[in-house]
Design a protein around this ligand. Sequence first.
Ligand code: FAD
Length: 343
Amino acid sequence: TALRTSHRALFRAYATASQPHALVLLEHRGGALESGSLSALTAAGQLGGKVTGLIIGDKDQVTPLVEQAKKLQGITSVIQSSSPHYATPVTEKLSPLLLSLLKDSPPFTHVVSAHTSSARSLLPRVAALLDVPAVSDITSLEHDASGSTTFTRPIYAGNAIATVKAPASIALKFFTVRPTAFPAAASTNSGDVEVKEVAAVEEAEAATEHISTNLTKSDRPELGTASRVVSGGRALKDAATFEKTLYPLADLLGAAVGASRAAVDAGYADNSLQVGQTGKVVAPELYIALGISGAIQHLAGMKDSKLIVAVNKDADAPIFQVADVGLVGDLFEVVPQLVEKLK
Ligand code: FAD
C-alpha cells in the first residue's frame, strides 16, 4: 500500500509533462530484438516526442542488443538493465524494475510494448499498481497538444473498431500495440543516442519462477512476420495430407504455414500455426486460404492481409467475402496444378 501511495503521488507531478516521452519495452529472443517491438517503436514515434527503448535481460543478452537498438529509426535514448534475474521475462521479476524506472527516470508520458503474451501480462500489472489504465492491442493512435491520446483497437474479433481516449488527466498512459498495424522501425539511425544503465531491482521473494522454455523449432519463415502465408483448414483431412499438400506450395513461395483452429484441433498442424482470434494475427503481403470456410474467428487473424487468395469448393463460403482472388474448386486438384506451374 505504501508503495502504491508513493507512486500515485508521483503521478501528480507527471501531470505537468508537456512533450510526450514514451518508454518502449524492447523484447528479444535468440539475440535479436522482436519485430513486434520494432513496430511498437514506430507507434511510439507517432506520439511526436522522445522515445526511449528499454532492454532488460541477462548481461550477455543485453550488451549486443543495445548496439542494435541504438540504430533504430526514431529512438532517442536507450535504458538497459541486466541481471541473471532477468534472463527470462517473468512478469513478477520485471515489474519492480519498471515501477522503479517510472519513479526515478525522466517523466515518461507513455509506456509502450508490442501486444505479446509477456507484455500483456507486464504492462497491465504495472499500470494497476500505479492505478492508471492500460489500453491494449491498439491499431492507430493520435496524440494532441492538450496531452490526451486517442487510440483505435479492434473488438468483437475485429468486427468493430473501438475508439478509446486516454485524457490528459491520466499523466502516464500504458498501451500495447498490434504489430501488424505499424511497420517495424528500420535500422537507419546514426546510432548516436544516449545509453543509460540502471541497476536491477530484485525483490526478495518473487511469486513465480521460470522453469523451462519449450520452443517449436522450424526452418520455415516465422508465421507472425512472414510476407507470404499458406494456410490450411479442416478440408486437409489429416496431418500427413496437410503436410503433403501444403508444404510443397509453401516451400515454392517461401511462405510460412498457417492453419485454422479446426485443423489444429484435429491434430493436422501444430498449435503455433493457428491463425485467428485465439491464434496469431498476421497481415502478410499474400495469404492463401485452402479449405478454410472463413469463420469470423479465423478472419480476425488474417483479414488485414494485403492480398487474400481462397480456394474452397463451396461458392458460398464466407472466406470469399474477404478474398481478393477466389477459386471455387477442389483444393486437391488445384494445389498440385499450382505447384507444377510455380515449378
Ligand atoms: P470448416 O469451417 O469446417 O471449413 C472447412 C472448409 O473447407 C469448408 O468451407 C469446405 O467447403 C471446404 N472444403 C472441404 N473440402 C474441400 C476441398 N476438397 N477443396 C476445397 N475446399 C474444401 N478458428 C480459427 O481458425 N482461428 C481461431 O483463432 C479461432 N478462434 C476461435 C475462438 C472461439 C472463441 C471460437 C468459438 C471459435 C474459434 N475458431 C477459430 C473456430 C472457428 O469458429 C471455426 O470453427 C474454424 O475457423 C473452422 O475452421 P475451418 O475453416 O478449417 O473448418
